[in-house]
Design a protein. Structure first.
Lengths: 429, 429
């Protein structure tokens, strides 16, 4: 762990620097796979699945009997836990629904804004050792509430051609339309171009390794949009003597176990707390099954002492953390003033895990400083806002002249004509 | 004009195809300019301005006395027109403000969502023959309502080092913090990296030529976001015998005068209307100052006859027009059911020009089919949504067990520990 005391403001950028990643080598692989999927559809998808996942899949779509079997394998406790999480996530995202905004901006000029669902969305869920079924909840629930017509899910099969039962259970619980056994670059390519079996979608959501990340980025060149740019997961905690060092340490470790490149930062106005947290980390770390991963992330972590909350806030805003835990004697100060953070966890009894799974907030959040300009996934991520306007004859009379003047000043005569013709007709009547 | 009757569904994709553009050659130019701006700041910006705009600018920032002089040059009529447009745009975007969404998802688990402003935004306004001061209204007004702390504007100087008076007037009227005399790739580079004079921003908005388009795309590789992907402007009109052919023609021409690559489509259930519109276009076209541009766009335009409104709607949804004018005997059918469009103009007295300038809606809209998944610029474009959560001891007791089960099932023991430690502590008390 790197302990830093009262860093000079001129060094903040350097201290808070995230490791940059370049994926240039991967791009050519992605392009090749995309080209083949575009040309050969399912057969290319199956070929790559055999190559990368080591299994030949004849039927890419998961069948109902596979889902039924899986559901029976899962413990009742876990099913109930997933159902509880689903309920909370549903309640929170349902509350984000908005009604159309309608205004008569001038007499006879009615403008309104409405959010309508993105018709076709694709969710990517990584497989492997950690089956991220919780991410299905985070993506499928708002997609369904938004009213997306088609919600498909791609996830890689294991060596036997199966999908983890918790993934199948959760996907079915959330009403996913179709589940495909396909992962990696080929999954993103299939959803970008469409194949005989797999629907082309308008927007792709979900986490993934570096190959998936580059593939999603590449998909945006083919009229598909994506949830947000990806980067390693991050947690920044601000804590003082009112925090519990063992809780703080456990939260830092829960972030650290995600991957060796996880970003873990503690900012504190208490030197005592920093020492206690360090001790606690050492105690807790040894007991973790993912110790070797967490150890590496912790080695790169930063424990930063600053003299007061004001300085802490400025430093945190410069970083823009994905996850931000606040456990101080003045939490309201941070909550009221933080400008850049993905999701904020307040107080000693709000671990990041709560938001990762079951509090109701979304866990798909902006990393890599993107909290400065990106929202985390929310209901609006599955809609687009459209505007409407209707002018009555009175309306065009009221604003027509202003339009004519502005169009002329911009040198756009035909724009002006479209108004003049209408005004002339009304003058004649 | 290309007349198409009752096209078979299998040909829709081909008929509605937009010309694809590849900008690979421009990328290396953009990279070189970006690199130099990153290394040499203002001096590189000035060098490129001299090279591309033919003028050496000593002071990149526009000074107050230049603004004052410009303001005096502008006619009172035009100022009042701009002020009227500003008022309408303000009213409509102000109405888009939302209040935090707060829910107790389970007893003791409070989650809320708040939109907070993006702190620093940059607006790009092209110069040249058509000074797009209207775009300043569309971008600066929502930025100010959202509460963005820093709103800067870049626009290229003319050969004498001046900025069009209407641009300066509008920028000042909207309360832009700083106006810089810099255009093209160098403007986007300067806002991406920051220079001695020009602020680095988090998000860049605004239209531009192909160089600006590629530069904006490139900026996204450096932790900057952009309003949306760019493409040539588009208008699709659906009209039947209840429409006025001269109005329809004038609207098609107002789109066509934007550029030779503008997309212009008429869909109609009336063969008679198609003939009348064609005649009207020929009559109106000859009188336009931008005739040569409009002529080329019109030559590529499409007049499509379909048998009924239902077919028309499906075809239009497959296209996803940026601007969509509805002038039929059943406008409600289109308004209620259209899934993919940027902005919708309803009835005979609602020309596209209205939304371009003064109705109140935003004219920065998704082109190139992106209406399928992107919103036009709106108040939310200048904010990001953040989530907050606070669990009481009761709250963690209520959902803690579910979190533990799910974390364990995902193989993330440290995530579970963060909850277990807290539950244990509460059990002891």
């Amino acid at each position: 762990m790197n302990k830093i005391e009262n860093p000079d403001r001129s060094t903040w950028a350097e201290i808070l620097k995230r490791p940059t990643q370049t994926y240039d080598q991967i791009e050519s692989t992605v392009l090749e796979i995309f080209d083949n999927i575009k040309s050969y559809g399912d057969s290319a998808v199956k070929q790559y699945t055999e190559k990368f996942d080591g299994i030949l899949i004849n039927n890419l779509e998961v069948q109902q009997d596979e889902i039924n079997t899986s559901v029976n394998e899962l413990s009742q406790d876990l099913k109930e836990a997933i159902e509880l999480a689903k309920k909370n996530i549903e309640v929170f995202h349902q509350a984000q629904k908005t009604t159309p905004v309608s205004v008569e901006t001038a007499p006879g000029v009615i403008c309104w804004q409405e959010k309508r669902p993105i018709q076709k969305v694709g969710l990517y869920i990584p497989g492997g050792t950690a089956p991220l079924f919780s991410t299905i909840l985070m993506l499928a629930i708002p997609a369904k509430i938004a009213g997306c017509k088609e919600v498909v899910l791609c996830t890689p099969p294991d060596k036997n051609g199966n999908i983890n039962p918790a993934i199948l259970f959760t996907a079915q619980l959330c009403g996913i339309d179709k589940i495909y056994k396909v992962g990696g670059i080929q999954a993103i390519g299939a959803m970008t171009f469409g194949t005989e079996s797999i629907s082309k979608v308008y927007k792709i959501f979900g986490p993934g390794n570096q190959f998936v990340t580059v593939a999603k980025q590449m998909a945006t060149k083919y009229n598909v949009s994506i949830d947000m740019p990806a980067g390693p997961s991050e947690l920044l905690i601000v804590a003082d003597d009112t925090a519990d060092a063992s809780f703080v340490a456990s939260d830092l470790l829960s972030q650290a176990e995600h991957g060796v490149d996880s970003q873990v930062i503690l900012v504190s106005t208490s030197k005592g707390l920093i020492v206690s947290v360090e001790d606690e980390i050492n105690t807790q770390l040894v007991q973790l099954p993912r110790k070797s991963i967490a150890e590496k992330a912790i080695a790169n972590s930063k424990l930063i002492y600053v003299k007061d909350h004001k300085t802490a806030l400025e430093l945190i805003d410069e970083y823009g953390p994905e996850h931000f835990i606040v456990a101080t004697n003045d939490n309201a100060f941070y909550v009221d003033n933080i400008a850049n953070a993905g999701s904020v966890f307040i107080g000693n009894y709000t671990p990041e895990s709560a938001g990762d799974y079951a509090s109701g907030t979304n866990h798909t959040l902006p990393t890599n400083g993107y909290a400065k300009q990106y929202s985390g996934v929310n209901l609006d991520s599955f809609t687009k806002s459209m505007t409407f306007q209707e002018l009555s004859p009175e309306g065009i009379k009221n604003i027509g002249n202003a339009i004519e003047l502005m169009a002329e000043a911009e040198g756009l005569q035909a724009h002006k004509n479209a108004v003049t013709l209408r005004l002339n007709k009304l003058a004649k009547n």
